[in-house]
Design a protein around this ligand. Structure first.
Ligand code: VGL
Ligand code: ZN
Length: 209
């Protein structure tokens, strides 16, 4: 594949302790991405990470809604919200990046999910598309045209980050071997791939780079 290092960025989505096996919102085989993504990073000049970073009173936590359990649906910020176990709380070990993930070459980290009133799957905007992390402007300022997305979880934060990247005009590639799905429903990962393809996001593997 022909690609320009100067105008390309790798976005590593939410590779945090709570999303790997043993974490509060574990993704099956999530830890298997670490060596894949450490290798990938070597191919990029611009590497950016996103971090799910919730206050303890976040509205996406079932525990903050009396009588509700993870998996229940509520209304939050005018949107249907799937309720999660408490995860990625600011200052907790679960919110920290996986210890084996190489971080030395990162250009920037964008935190999201800090507003308790709304969830935020994408690294660009909250789910109501009101709050903006600044990631889009950051990439444009750096002259980035091509965005490569990897990390956790395919059917939530990876999908919405890739869709927003595409909608902002970046040529967007999803790295299929460098992501895993939560699969609340068994087909969710497959459906996410299909939705991204329909949106014009290209699906590639790290071997293609
Ligand atoms: C995520 C659910 C809740 C993710 C974050 O990183 O995919 N999923 N918060
Ligand atoms: Zn979250």
């Amino acid at each position: 594949m022909e690609w320009n290092k100067e105008t390309s960025a790798l976005i590593i989505v939410d590779l945090q302790n709570d999303f790997v096996p043993g974490g509060a919102l574990e993704v099956t085989q999530g830890d298997q991405l670490i060596p894949v993504i450490n290798d990938l990073q070597k191919k990029f000049k611009h590497v950016i990470a996103t971090q799910d970073f919730h206050p303890a009173d976040h509205g996406s936590f079932a525990a903050n809604h009396p009588g509700k359990n993870p998996g229940d649906l509520i209304q939050l910020a005018g949107l249907t919200q799937y309720l999660w176990p408490v995860h990625c709380v600011q200052g907790s070990r679960g919110a920290e990046f996986h210890p084996d993930l190489d971080k030395v070459c990162w250009s920037a980290v964008f935190q999201k999910g800090k507003n308790p009133e709304v969830d935020s799957y994408s690294g660009f905007f909250d789910n109501a598309r009101k709050g903006n992390t600044g990631l889009g402007d950051y990439l444009k300022t750096k002259g980035i045209e091509h965005v490569f997305v990897c990390g956790l979880a395919l059917d939530y934060c990876v999908k919405y980050t890739a869709l927003d990247a595409k909608s902002l005009g970046f040529e967007t590639v999803l790295l299929v071997d460098a992501t895993r799905a939560v699969n609340v429903n068994p087909q969710d990962g497959e459906l996410a791939l299909e939705e991204m393809k329909q949106a014009g996001i290209r699906l590639k593997t790290s071997q293609d780079l």
